[in-house]
Design a protein around this ligand. Structure first.
Ligand SMILES: NC(=O)c1ccc[n+]([C@@H]2O[C@H](COP(=O)([O-])OP(=O)(O)OC[C@H]3O[C@@H](n4cnc5c(N)ncnc54)[C@H](OP(=O)(O)O)[C@@H]3O)[C@@H](O)[C@H]2O)c1
Length: 363
């Protein structure tokens, strides 16, 4: 038996060659064709996750839904959901007692509600803890860059999504100038109305991403876009970008070409215990995505329930899972950018570059 499992999927077809040597050299297009008929599989285990409060130790495994991001967003939804449900069933058969949905498997359709109804084990998307850590990370990073949130221009990109909407509402309570960015104007209008009703804060709405980024000092970006949408020339000198999206919203070129902008990966957690994992996710073994961490926290707390399901997330869900995380010893992982740990010295240099007229190498 495993305390939990977590569903992942290849971001792109090339990711498969890391696991299956025989796929090397096969074109992405052909690999995707093969994937449609591939059964779900167990990719690796993770153990040694130990509560600092109770001493309870848990273990879990990763269940792979064999579809790429492009397929999950592009294939008929019924087919994609069937594949996600089958992956959940495989996890259940392998003895998992709780299932977390990762990356696009949590985004597609109704954000886990249908999947949960089809399985005999509780399911969570992990979005509540993702919101908690994204907010904590963005605020801490802003402070390090000398930005006063109360006076700053803040933008939430992907603001009408399940994670973005709560980030936007929480930001509205702290900052003076907030801009919400997404593509669908009617959803933006509805969210702006909710925000003024719930927080008293008037916000701007727009679909002009590029124009907004040029003015923003703090950006939380959490879209479901398939490709990167933020390029080096878009950003203001001295700004902070917290990229929560998977696949990423920020192009790798930003860290290479903008030494005056702090880009951090949002929603990364440090796991308590002597963690050992047989799956390389590109981070040290004790660092994981906040959505995976939410699944672990629920397992440690013995909460066998679907904590976060659907697109409506309450402040209480976010606050409570944040507190439970702290109780068991989970915390925000140090700042990282494109899988690389950022040191205090790195951040000091970025801040210095950002304060130069026009930034150090602003384009
Ligand atoms: N780091 C973590 O631990 C973690 C955990 C969970 C989820 N995630 C990631 O978070 C992201 C969002 O998840 P979600 O559940 O909130 O998704 P969601 O509910 O589907 O929301 C997606 C948002 O992105 C917007 N959007 C999509 N394409 C866009 C574009 N090209 N430009 C601007 N806005 C765009 C959508 O609005 P419009 O359609 O109107 O544009 C919507 O506001 C995903 O990438 C997911 O993998 C990360």
């Amino acid at each position: 038996m495993y305390d939990f499992s977590f569903m992942i999927h290849p971001m792109e077809a090339d990711d498969l060659s890391k696991k299956f040597n025989f796929t090397k050299g096969i074109s992405s297009k052909y690999l995707e064709k093969i994937l449609r008929f591939f059964p779900p599989f167990k990719a690796g285990t993770i153990e040694g996750i130990k509560s600092k409060c109770t001493g309870k130790e848990i273990s879990g495994f990763f269940a792979v839904c064999p579809l790429t991001t492009r397929q999950i967003l592009g294939l008929p939804q019924e087919l994609v959901l069937r594949k996600i449900i089958n992956t959940g069933r495989m996890a259940e058969k392998q003895g998992s007692m709780l299932l977390g949905l990762g990356a696009m498997t949590a985004v597609v359709g109704d954000a886990g509600l249908t999947v949960s109804k089809e399985l005999g084990i509780p399911v969570t998307t992990g979005n509540s803890y993702t919101i908690a850590l994204a907010m904590e990370g963005a605020k801490k990073a802003a402070k390090k860059m000398g930005i006063d949130i109360a006076q700053a221009e803040v933008a939430v990109v992907g603001a009408t999504g399940s994670i973005g909407a709560v980030c936007a509402k929480l930001m509205a309570m702290d900052c003076k100038y907030l801009t919400l960015v997404a593509q669908d104007k009617s959803k933006l209008n509805a969210l702006a109305r909710d925000i003024i009703y719930e927080t008293g804060q008037a916000v701007r709405i727009t679909s002009d991403l590029k124009g907004t980024l040029k003015e923003a000092q703090i950006v939380i970006t959490v879209t479901s876009a398939m490709n990167t949408i933020i390029e080096p020339e878009d950003l203001a000198p001295g700004s902070v970008v917290c990229d929560v999206a998977r696949p990423r919203d920020v192009a790798r070129r930003v860290t290479e070409e903008r030494k005056d902008v702090l880009v951090i990966e949002g929603g990364l957690a440090e796991i308590p215990g002597d963690v050992r994992s047989t799956l390389d996710m590109g981070y040290p073994e004790n660092i994981t995505f906040a959505c995976t961490a939410e699944t672990m926290i629920l397992a440690l707390e013995g909460k066998r329930e679907g904590w976060t399901l659907g697109r409506e997330i309450s402040f209480n869900q976010v606050r409570e899972i944040h507190e439970l995380g702290k109780k068991h010893g989970f915390k925000l992982a140090g700042f990282r950018s494109f899988n690389r740990k950022l040191t205090e010295e790195d951040i000091r240099l970025i801040r210095k570059n950002g304060s130069l007229p026009g930034g150090s190498n602003a384009v």
